[in-house]
Design a protein around this ligand. Structure first.
Ligand code: TYC
Length: 111
């Protein structure tokens, strides 16, 4: 590890472009994104628990705890994923909720 601690910085490889395998000072970890559920006054609690079980692989107890946190504090973290996985989950949750006539909102934000 090099000083600083920032992730995702490639080494300056300009002087070694002829190497078959470029050395890197750091690993290229992808940026991570939190997927968040937002509270509303209409989506049934049991539906939110189902969403957490189906799309975020939570057990019933954990799903209930997260749902209650969202209900009480307005927002809660469902999981942390790479960009495309997070985006897919947001879309799936919103589609599933609309199919069932619920206004549940789901969003993502960079870690
Ligand atoms: N506030 C909702 C109710 O009282 C429950 C709820 C929880 C809704 C979490 C959305 O993300 C949510 N029925």
């Amino acid at each position: 590890m090099v000083s600083g601690g920032d992730r995702n910085d490639d080494i300056d490889n300009e002087s070694q472009t002829d190497l078959a395998v470029k050395t890197r000072r750091k690993s290229n970890k992808p940026s991570l994104y939190k997927v968040l559920l937002l509270n509303d006054d209409y989506t049934p609690m049991e539906f939110v628990i189902r969403v957490l079980e189906i799309y975020f692989n939570k057990g019933h107890e954990d799903a209930t705890r997260i749902m209650l946190q969202v209900h009480q504090r307005g927002v809660g973290i469902c999981g942390i994923y790479t960009y495309e996985v997070a985006e897919t989950k947001v879309t799936q949750v919103i589609d599933f909720s609309r199919q069932h006539g619920h206004p549940l909102q789901c969003t993502m934000e960079k870690e």
